[in-house]
Design a protein around this ligand. Structure first.
Ligand SMILES: *Cc1c(COP(=O)(O)O)cnc(C)c1O
Length: 401
């Protein structure tokens, strides 16, 4: 297999993100294919017994087994690393495999984690049900409040873990402050950047240490595959995370990696257009619904912070109706947009977090996380925004708003 200029870091690292999204990490076979090849193989063969021995001894570059390396997966990893401005990246089977691997490779028994209150339900579940079994404790803070991060630091605090914007309350974390605070105190920051992707926000530019992804969301963006990725320093990714993955196996299928690789080619177009559509739909919703959580609108209390650290506000916002019954009735009245708990998709999707993604938290933790009973989260897609608005309009009318 022939190395393409896409593998020469001294060249590709100079390319801008939109170029990297299309060309970064490309690796062409002897056939010179235009589109990246899908290497759907679990293993590899060797010319000689000495070759395989040299590879297993780490003396010869090349593939050994697809739990260790796969050319399609490596193209995806290289492309994401380039887009993120990271030294290295490893891909995983799902976003949750990415979060779990990142946390387990950073923490040991006796350590303490500070995490943002609003978080993807399963991220919170790992803290409560996995890490605590190994003597890793945590504190939950209102991630919007800088001083809460400072006050939560204990002598054994090892990791700050948060999303921004957060699901589903669209809380924004002040990246520069919180990452700076972590650095001063020898704490590692792990940022779940699923809502933004490197197109809308690059946490490493603000001092984050590790960026973790559900690539299922905007990166695939067309509702097809589950995927995850973790970005960080070469030393940590290749020294810690890579051996962990080789031996525990949360590996992405080459097919899924290939689908995400193709998705990245249009990521910038989709992320920017969906952000634009979400702004237009949000402006309409603000005329009909009193309480909105839309990071792109000046009514969002942290709108200035959004403007400082994001290039656009993304496709997702939430609004709050009177109660669960009204929220459910509105979802049932939608005609074009779908009821679905996925996000980042090119289709407009609506979901009631309290009864779905955040159901297993129970009412008390939901209240603490700001997930209200009347809250609806919307992912605005690539449809004509006027059609989305007309659909929302008739559904709001149907529930008496
Ligand atoms: C979806 C999501 C995850 C989990 O990703 P999967 O690919 O579904 O495993 C983690 N964090 C955030 C913010 C998400 O939206």
């Amino acid at each position: 297999m022939k190395k393409h200029s896409g593998q020469d870091r001294s060249l590709t690292s100079r390319w801008r993100p939109a170029t990297q999204a299309v060309r970064g990490g490309t690796w062409r076979s002897e056939h010179g294919e235009t589109s990246e090849a899908l290497y759907l193989t679990s293993g590899y063969t060797y010319d000689t017994a000495e070759d395989v021995a040299a590879r297993f001894a780490g003396e010869q570059a090349g593939m050994q087994y697809s739990r260790f390396q796969n050319p399609t997966v490596q193209m995806l990893e290289e492309r994401i690393a380039l887009m993120e401005g990271a030294e290295a990246c490893k891909a995983q089977a799902t976003g949750m495999a990415a979060m779990t691997s990142a946390l387990l490779c950073m923490l040991s028994s006796g350590d303490h984690v500070v995490a943002g209150r609003a978080a993807f339900g399963s991220c919170r579940w790992i803290l409560d049900n996995v890490l605590n079994r190994f003597g890793i404790t945590h504190s939950i803070v209102d991630a919007r409040e800088n001083e809460q991060w400072r006050d939560a630091i204990q002598p054994n605090t090892k990791v700050f873990f948060f999303e921004t914007p957060a699901n589903p309350t669209l809380d924004i974390v002040d990246l520069e402050y919180v990452c700076g605070l972590a650095r001063e105190n020898g704490i590692t920051t792990i940022v779940d950047n699923a809502f933004a992707t490197p197109i809308l926000q690059r946490p490493l530019d603000f001092g984050a240490d590790v960026v973790a992804y559900s690539a299922t969301k905007l990166m695939d963006g067309q509702g097809r595959v589950l995927a995850g990725a973790v970005c960080g320093t070469d030393e940590w990714i290749n020294g810690k995370l890579s051996p962990f993955q080789r031996n525990t196996g949360p590996i992405i299928s080459p097919f899924n990696a290939w689908v995400v690789l193709k998705g990245l080619e249009t990521l910038e177009l989709r992320a920017m257009r969906q952000s634009e559509n979400a702004l237009k739909v949000g402006k309409f919703m603000a005329t009909r619904v009193e309480r909105m959580l839309h990071p792109g609108l000046p009514s969002h209390p942290q709108h200035n912070l959004v403007r400082k650290q994001m290039t656009a506000a993304g496709p997702i916002f939430s609004f709050i109706l009177e109660d669960r019954a009204q929220a459910m009735a509105m979802l049932n009245a939608m005609q074009l947009c779908d009821i679905s708990n996925n996000i980042g998709d090119s289709r407009t999707l609506l979901c009631h977090p309290a009864s779905t993604t955040h159901n297993n938290m129970g009412p008390q933790k939901r209240a603490e996380a700001g997930v209200e009973e009347g809250m609806i989260r919307i992912n605005v897609g690539l449809e004509d925004p006027d059609d989305i608005i007309e659909d929302l309009d008739q559904a709001l009318t149907a529930v008496g708003l």
